[in-house]
Design a protein around this ligand. Structure first.
Ligand code: SF4
Ligand code: SF4
Length: 176
């Protein structure tokens, strides 16, 4: 029949027009995202222990971790995330023992410039603060160790003096 295809198409269009809406007015309206959705990464500097596990877990070499040894302790000096190569597989998050790297549900990741798509999470202020804390903790530990050693030496001297006095008293009693 002539126009059969057109009628068939119109039937679908009219049905959809009066049916349940399946689109939303993005960006004003947003659909709920699944719990395991991987969006923009978020890095928690204070939780990172510079173990490198996320770097090794990443199949695409997206993460570059910078560290510096201060007072025999590793301090994170950089955490660069080259988002353009990320597969959003979540292996880095899974590998992290301290939840320092977590993915948010923010999916609006576009930039106008390729050079700005990478994220440098660590700020100089955070590094300076951390180094100061590490140095202060090391100084406090050394002072505590010094104090304990001095107390131990004083206790040993006191015990030796007491023993010498005791021996002298015994000798005097023996001689009398
Ligand atoms: S989500 Fe996957 S690809 Fe992206 S940084 Fe983590 S491990 Fe690498
Ligand atoms: S796995 Fe976690 S704690 Fe270890 S370097 Fe990566 S972000 Fe830091």
């Amino acid at each position: 029949m002539f126009g059969k295809g057109l009628l068939k198409g119109l039937k679908i269009t009219i049905g959809r027009f009066f049916g349940k809406k399946s689109t939303v007015q993005y960006p004003e309206e947003r659909l709920p995202l699944p719990d395991r959705f991987y969006g923009k990464p978020d890095f928690h500097y204070d939780k990172c222990i510079a173990c490198n596990l996320c770097v090794n877990a990443c199949p695409n070499k997206v993460i570059k971790l910078g560290t510096e040894t201060v007072e025999k302790k590793k301090v994170v000096t950089g955490y660069h995330f080259d988002q353009q190569y990320c597969l959003f597989c979540g292996l880095c998050e899974e590998a992290c023992p301290t939840d320092a790297i977590k993915f948010t549900k923010d999916f609006e990741l576009t930039t106008y410039d390729r050079d700005t798509i990478g994220i440098e999470f660590v700020k100089q202020g955070q590094i300076d603060k951390k180094i100061k804390e590490v140095k202060q903790a090391a100084a406090e530990k050394a002072a505590a160790a010094e104090k304990a050693a001095a107390e131990k030496a004083a206790a040993e001297t006191k015990s030796q003096t007491e023993e010498a006095d005791k021996a002298e008293t015994t000798n005097k009693e023996g001689g009398a």
